[in-house]
Design a protein around this ligand. Structure first.
Ligand code: C5P
Length: 219
């Protein structure tokens, strides 16, 4: 009695943080839990989609057997995995909190503490979603934005710059929204439309996002 509204579609979702190695035991990372991406994966699978979930390090597990989970560590590994599947997907959703920079050199041995001030040189990571946008043929692409200022302008700017079909703006101002939380408050933009949603569980936010994607696909 479940509505299999995404039957026959392949959905690729990126989730979680990326860890960028400094040496064999240390990394640069962030506090992303992966909850938003895993919730999207479960909801898309419930709707009958074949789901490819590419996730950085998280403590989460998948429930639905229609989800193919690929665990990666760094942004470079995430990009490689995405490109492996990209041509065959119908929908791409980038919810990963990809590290913007990675250490330029990765030490082969554990770095010893010597100097009082230790400098690390960082180099820009590939923008995975922007790469997906550049390679877009038929794929419907959805990105996330988390902004602290001019949030709507910046989100809409990213929609155009990364060649997306939809962008989900996370509110940072709201209690209970964002990183490590179980709830989120979002606004969704397409090139022509804007929709605002209440604070809700990430499971229900995933439903709203997929409802919007389905409505756009029917246009
Ligand atoms: O440019 P910014 O990081 O704000 O863009 C956020 C969106 O781009 C998110 O959807 C995120 O998953 C994606 N992104 C990515 N690869 C990066 C940086 C961001 O896929 N290196």
């Amino acid at each position: 009695d479940q509505n299999k509204s995404l039957e026959g579609k392949t959905v690729l979702i990126t989730a979680g943080p990326t860890y960028e190695a400094l040496d064999p035991v240390r990394f640069i990372g962030n506090h992303s839990s992966g909850k938003m991406g895993f919730s999207l994966a479960e909801e898309a699978a419930k709707r009958g989609a074949k789901v490819i979930l590419i996730s950085g390090p998280t403590s989460l597990n998948i429930k639905n057997e229609n989800i193919q989970l690929h665990r990666i560590t760094s942004a470079k590994e995430m990009l490689e995995k995405v490109l492996q599947f990209y041509d065959a997907i119908d929908i791409g959703i980038a919810s990963a909190a990809v590290a913007d920079y990675a250490p330029k050199e990765v030490a082969t041995e554990k770095i010893k503490k010597n100097e009082d001030i230790f400098t690390i040189e960082l180099i820009k990571n590939p923008d995975i979603l922007k790469t997906m946008g550049e390679k877009k043929i038929h794929q419907f692409l959805v990105g996330f934005a988390l902004e602290t200022q001019n949030e709507e302008e910046n989100a809409k700017g990213k929609l155009l710059k990364k060649n997306l079909d939809m962008i989900v703006l996370n509110s940072l101002r709201d209690e209970g929204a964002g990183f490590k939380k179980d709830t989120n408050k979002i606004k969704i933009f397409t090139k022509t439309e804007k929709k605002e949603f209440d604070l809700k569980s990430k499971e229900n936010v995933a439903k709203d996002i997929l409802d919007c994607i389905e409505a756009q696909l029917l246009k």
